[in-house]
Ligand binder design. Structure first.
Ligand code: SF4
Ligand code: SF4
Ligand code: SF4
Length: 311
């Protein structure tokens, strides 16, 4: 029996849905697993049922699974407690491994975000910033950070959300006593069956609103590489794995849509901005013509100080 504690920090709950999407296999595995803590499914009061405890309480578990990154003081407190209570810590999803979508906020200062949220947004009645102390709400940090910027992470399962196959593989490996299961450092391009022929650009860069050229009657491996067609496909700088262990084409490419980078950088420490500008130049595009360069290239990887406010 393996005990599991699951937590969600700056998270949308899509990663928890991915756990449920394991489907029948999860039902088969359940007799060997005991979820001792999973707030998304089971109500749990962190400070005791009536708030009687002074310290945050999370039960001990062999495996801790955490989705979402760290944006505020509560996230950090819960994360540190999870690390303390769990023998093996899994970062689930690109928010946890690389900041994910919320880390796009790192392009702005916290004050700029508050100014927009509480005063400048067209649908907001202007008011002051919330007073954290008066209302006992967690204090927001200046930036969104990934889990490994605060604590040791044993297994990283990126993806927005991760493919259920990888979650299953991690659970099976853990049941087998193995604690090593990080995805291979390959790019989406390495697993993409599209035709790359000319290594030359097809004119100007196109945005996703235009339809690529392909024959709907033919399989995806009959389609010309979307980057060569002029679409800003992030396959070259994104970690492979989104089709799980099915051996099929990357999920978006299979539906003839360019990769948006949801599995994060190909490896720890990679700089997608620099690498992608290189990939564009190789095919003959002018990177300066990219719209919203920083936001597009760091859409899922804004933590680890990749995105910084300039000036
Ligand atoms: S990685 Fe994606 S699915 Fe998971 S919490 Fe973040 S936004 Fe949601
Ligand atoms: S750039 Fe996109 S379409 Fe082209 S090979 Fe890479 S993943 Fe496939
Ligand atoms: S093709 Fe890219 S954006 Fe689409 S699911 Fe795979 S990694 Fe994510």
């Amino acid at each position: 029996m393996v005990t599991i504690a699951e937590e969600w920090l700056n998270s949308c709950s899509g990663c928890e849905i991915a756990i449920l999407n394991i489907g029948d296999v999860l039902v088969d595995l359940l007799p060997q697993l005991e979820f001792v803590h999973i707030p998304v499914l089971i109500d749990k009061k962190y400070y005791g049922q009536t708030g009687e405890n002074k310290e945050l309480d999370i039960p001990e578990a062999v495996v801790g699974i955490v989705s979402g990154g760290v944006r505020n003081s509560e996230h950090l407190e819960v994360l540190k407690k999870m690390r303390e209570r769990c023998q093996i810590l899994i970062a689930l999803g690109t928010c946890a491994t690389d900041g994910g979508i919320p880390a796009l906020g790192n392009m702005y200062s916290l004050q700029e975000i508050k100014d927009f949220m509480y005063r400048e947004s067209p649908t907001t009645v202007p008011g002051p910033d919330p007073d954290y102390k008066t209302y006992h709400i967690p204090e927001a940090f200046e930036t969104v950070t990934a889990l490994d910027e605060h604590v040791k992470v044993d297994i990283k399962l990126p993806g927005c959300p991760p493919h259920p196959d990888w979650i299953t593989a991690a659970v099976l490996a853990l049941l087998d006593g193995k604690t090593e299961l990080n995805l291979p450092e390959r790019s989406v391009c390495d697993t993409c069956p599209t035709i790359r022929k000319s290594k030359k650009s097809a004119g100007d860069l196109k945005r996703i609103l235009e339809c690529p050229e392909f024959d709907p009657e033919k399989p995806v491996d009959d389609m010309r590489c979307l980057l060569e067609q002029g679409f800003m496909c992030l396959g070259p700088v994104t970690r492979a794995g989104c089709s799980g262990m099915t051996g099929t084409a990357p999920r978006c490419i299979a539906t003839r849509v360019p990769c948006r980078g949801c599995y994060g950088p190909v490896k720890d420490g990679a700089l997608p901005i620099v690498d992608y500008v290189g990939a564009l130049s190789t095919v003959g595009y002018d990177p300066r013509k990219m719209v919203d360069r920083r936001g597009f290239l760091c859409r899922f990887s804004g933590a680890h100080s990749v995105l910084k406010k300039i000036g």
